[in-house]
Design a protein around this ligand. Structure first.
Ligand code: NAD
Ligand code: DAU
Length: 337
């Protein structure tokens, strides 16, 4: 039986990916995660006890702990989801982003090299290309022009992966996906924040005038793409993953409030995010033509499914809210207090 080391598997995309992997492959999984504020073992409660799943608590910067895992297990590949992932937090303090998103990736690659790992997939983001003009769509060859400390740290990691492929023949591959949504997303991110605030009758902060555009993909579609790229992708290559589903933030909030039968009076326009990227737009033709990946899930249906999931998992939301008080953080940051 083959074993994958999944780093950052207790977060939003990582936990959805582990569930996908256990349901759709024969791989065993070691989930290595630091359990930062966004890492939550409850995200994986339905697979606890699965013989193919093991959890290890640790930092991807901790070389000794990683060495121990490699000494005691035969690892056939690594998929790295571990990261600080929220743009607003990177504006407040970029240090944790340098630690996990840059130093962490380099440490992980160094250990992987030492043990002769066969495949290493780095989970990156469309944000590394920066903001797209109205008539622009980025391909894997486009320039990297990140605007936030978060996206700059992810771009730095991508360049380190590239340099290891060139210099050390390291078996690195990169995926860059657009904005994900779905179950288990930490509710500081836009879609679960809208749902959570609407459920609690709280105001929904819209940065600036709400005209910024994001390209939304259901997390399960991205997880399938990641798995297929891990299996079939070419070493050294980069694959954009997106659903061609661009929406303004205002469109998203109106759609969710309509589906939840809530009033648009909840919308509150607040101070804009500094260096707020106007639009993300990536071309995903390469992953379609070379890997054979296509979007399967309809956007409106998966959004409705997601809303119901949060409504049925209020305990999950409550436990997270208690743990981190993320709403207070936004109140002070964006002048809502
Ligand atoms: P998340 O914040 O929900 O999860 C991140 C996970 O990484 C958490 O479980 C956390 O505990 C863990 N982690 C953080 N630092 C660590 C460290 N030093 N060592 C070990 N574990 C650590 O993030 P997410 O939204 O699931 O994103 C996962 C990855 O996908 C990230 O690399 C992110 O940049 C990328 N990405 C996210 C999106 C999106 O829309 N969410 C889109 C494109 C790319
Ligand atoms: O594009 C991929 C990226 O998508 C990932 O790499 C990041 O990890 C992920 O966090 C996400 O970044 P964004 O900044 O696009 O996502 P966020 O959910 O923070 O915001 C989405 C849009 O909504 C953005 O234009 C800012 C806006 N927004 C967000 C919040 C949290 C608001 O207007 N109000 C809010 O309260």
């Amino acid at each position: 039986m083959k074993t994958l080391l999944i780093t950052g598997g207790a977060g939003f995309i990582g936990s959805n990916f582990i569930r996908y992997l256990l349901d759709n492959s024969d791989y065993s999984v070691i989930n290595y995660d630091l359990l930062t504020y966004s890492g939550n073992l409850d995200n994986l409660s339905n697979i606890q006890g699965d013989k193919r799943y093991t959890f290890v608590n640790g930092d991807i910067c901790d070389r000794n702990k990683l060495n121990n895992i490699f000494h005691s297990n035969k690892i056939d590949g690594i998929i790295n989801f571990a990261a600080e992932s929220h743009v607003d937090r990177s504006i407040l303090d970029s240090q944790p982003f340098v630690h996990s998103n840059i130093n962490g990736v380099v440490t992980l690659m160094d250990v992987a090299r030492q043990f002769g790992i066969a495949r290493f997939l780095q989970i990156s983001t469309d944000e590394v290309y920066g903001s797209a003009a109205e008539d622009q769509t980025f391909t894997e060859d486009s320039n990297l022009i990140p605007n936030s400390p978060y996206s700059a740290s992810k771009a730095a990691a991508d360049l380190m992966v590239r340099s290891y492929v060139q210099t050390h023949h390291f078996p690195g591959i990169i995926t860059r996906s657009s904005n994900n949504f779905g179950p288990y997303q930490y509710p500081e991110k836009f879609i679960p924040l809208i749902i959570n605030n609407a459920l609690e009758g709280k105001k929904i902060p819209i940065y600036g005038d709400g005209s910024n555009i994001r390209d939304w993909i259901f997390v399960e579609d991205n997880c399938r793409g990641i798995f297929e790229v891990f299996e079939k992708g070419k070493i050294g290559d980069i694959y954009n993953i997106a659903a061609n589903n661009e929406r303004t933030n205002l469109e998203i909030v109106h759609l969710i409030l309509k589906l939840m039968n809530k009033s648009t009076d909840l919308i509150e326009f607040v101070k804009d995010r500094p260096a707020h990227d106007k639009r993300y737009s990536i071309n995903a033709e390469k992953v379609k033509s070379e890997i054979g990946w296509f979007v399967e899930r309809n956007f409106e249906e998966s959004l409705e499914f997601t809303i119901h999931w949060y409504m049925e998992n209020k305990k999950w939301l409550e436990s997270i809210t208690k743990k981190t008080k993320f709403t207070d953080y936004y109140k002070t940051q964006y002048g809502l207090a």
